[in-house]
Design a protein around this ligand. Structure first.
Ligand code: NAD
Length: 456
């Protein structure tokens, strides 16, 4: 143990909890507990493992009110959003409770015998998660990993460790065996690194910045660990002149200012066809100006504070005095890491604000002329996580969706994430997929068994 973690409430800047800060020793102990629990957990009958995951989902649902309040306070997110996120956590455990009995293999025609494949668990899986959607992102990893028979060591972000620690407690109460799910709350540079280098860890599932993800991929190479990386984004929201402009303008702010812009899927580049730029901006302004920024626990709040003073400073650096601020919302005065919803327009795609992930409530509006330029601009980024296409022409919408180098696209909508569909990035937005049926592939190895039935 090395000192304590002071957990800060970003809307008030007050300390809401103090807890011991884990170090390398605690990581080693958690990995050892997980390793010891693995053989028995792997051998739990599929139906019984499913029942335990259903019980965990039930227990989380019973506690969902408290968990939502905890997450709203610690991450500074509106209480309505926090309720939705905890609802998704419950749904994620329910969805993967169906998996233990559906981890199907294949039989493959061969000479002289029978050939079959099995999906085997990996063993100890380390999970390193960020502060923007603390319990939701943890559940996307924990649920499929446990369903496939793995054991888990979960490291939450130091800024938001509380909901993960609750999950550990609730899992034990729901009947998960000791050692199957272990949480270590400590710094990434110590605990995260120790997990990445640990010889008894089979896989690292990471969500966070592209910069840290790069180091994790390099560190994991030493012991040939499996990695899933869910990294940064700079996603494009393409609005064509033939779109329902009112609907596109009404939806665009939510897609970038949700979670105060601290969302890897944020559509922070709004690409608008030049011929309708003025019309679009006129429809966008009142929506942005009406965003209710304030106390996360107030039901009317639509946007909370940023996570920390450091984050606010980093975001503000993208909006210097001479920035082309076209629209700006309001923020409360006084304590709290507030930053107003801000739209920069027009912006060139090679401006720093349009190239780098700001991870705050700042959107860039970038004009384009025609489909080919729209696609070229959207793809001119190192990232490829999400994106949207708004068009009244179904053929064009699908054509553009297929041409975009990005993992998750929506047409005439800005939603990216569903429990039952795969989520993840192209290019430097990551490796692997979470959620849906695909996640299970990333928490299992394929084993091939040949059984000779007669003479070869
Ligand atoms: P971060 O990369 O700073 O930290 C993420 C986690 O990694 C934390 O738990 C941290 O303690 C740990 N960590 C830090 N240094 C480490 C090291 N050297 N070794 C091992 N672990 C280490 O990210 P953040 O600031 O917490 O989160 C914001 C970033 O996360 C943004 O870039 C965002 O786009 C990304 N994100 C991606 C997704 C996705 O699914 N693609 C989802 C949410 C957030």
């Amino acid at each position: 143990m090395s000192g304590t973690i002071e957990v800060i409430e970003p809307a008030t800047e007050a300390v809401m909890a103090e807890l011991p800060r884990a170090g390398a020793e605690e990581v080693d102990a958690a990995v050892a507990r997980a390793k010891a629990a693995f053989p028995a957990w792997r051998d739990v009958a599929p139906g019984d493992r499913a029942s335990l995951l259903h019980r965990l989902a039930e227990a989380l649902e019973e506690r969902s009110g408290d968990l939502a309040t905890l997450e709203a306070r610690n991450a500074g997110k509106p209480i309505g959003d926090a309720r939705g996120e905890i609802g998704m956590v419950v749904e994620t455990f329910r969805y993967y409770a169906g998996a233990p009995e559906r981890l199907l293999g294949k039989t493959i025609p061969v000479a002289g015998g029978v050939d079959m494949t099995f999906r085997e668990p990996l063993g100890v899986v380390a999970m390193i998660v960020p502060w923007n959607f603390p319990l939701t992102i943890a559940s996307w990893k924990v649920a499929p990993a446990l369903a496939a028979g793995n054991v888990v060591v979960l490291k939450p972000a130091e800024l938001t460790p509380l909901s993960a620690l609750e999950l550990e407690r609730i899992a034990l109460e729901a009947g998960l065996p000791e050692g199957v799910l272990n949480v270590v709350a400590g710094p990434g540079s110590v605990c995260g690194r120790q997990l990445v280098e640990h010889p008894d860890v089979a896989k690292v599932a990471f969500t966070g910045s592209t910069e840290v993800g790069r180091g994790i991929a390099a560190g994991a190479a030493e012991t040939i660990k499996r990695v899933t990386l869910e990294l940064g984004g700079k996603s494009a929201n393409l609005v064509f002149a033939d779109a329902d402009l009112e609907a596109a303008a009404a939806a665009a702010p939510g897609a970038v200012f949700g979670n105060a812009g601290q969302d890897c899927c944020a559509r922070s580049r709004i690409l608008v066809e030049r011929s309708v730029l003025d019309e679009f901006m006129a429809a966008l302004a009142p929506v942005v100006e009406a965003i209710a920024v304030g106390d996360p626990l107030d039901e009317a709040t639509q946007m909370g504070p940023l996570i920390s003073a450091g984050q606010r400073e980093a975001v503000a650096a993208y909006v210097p005095d001479d920035a082309p601020v076209a629209i700006r919302g309001d923020v409360p005065e006084g304590e709290g890491y507030w930053y107003p919803p801000t739209v920069l327009a027009p912006v060139a795609n090679d401006d720093r604000a349009a190239r780098e992930e700001i991870f705050g409530p700042v959107a860039c509006v970038i004009p384009f002329s025609g489909e080919a330029e729209a696609i070229a601009l959207a793809n001119d980024t190192i990232y490829g996580l999400s994106g949207s296409v708004w068009s009244g022409d179904g053929g064009r919408a699908l054509r553009v969706a297929r041409a975009l180098e990005t993992g998750v696209i929506s047409i005439n909508s800005n939603t990216s994430v569903r429990v039952s569909t795969p989520f993840g990035g192209f290019k430097q937005s990551g490796v692997g997929r979470e959620l849906g049926p695909d996640a299970l592939d990333h928490y299992t190895e394929v084993k091939n068994v040949y059984y000779a039935t007669g003479e070869d």
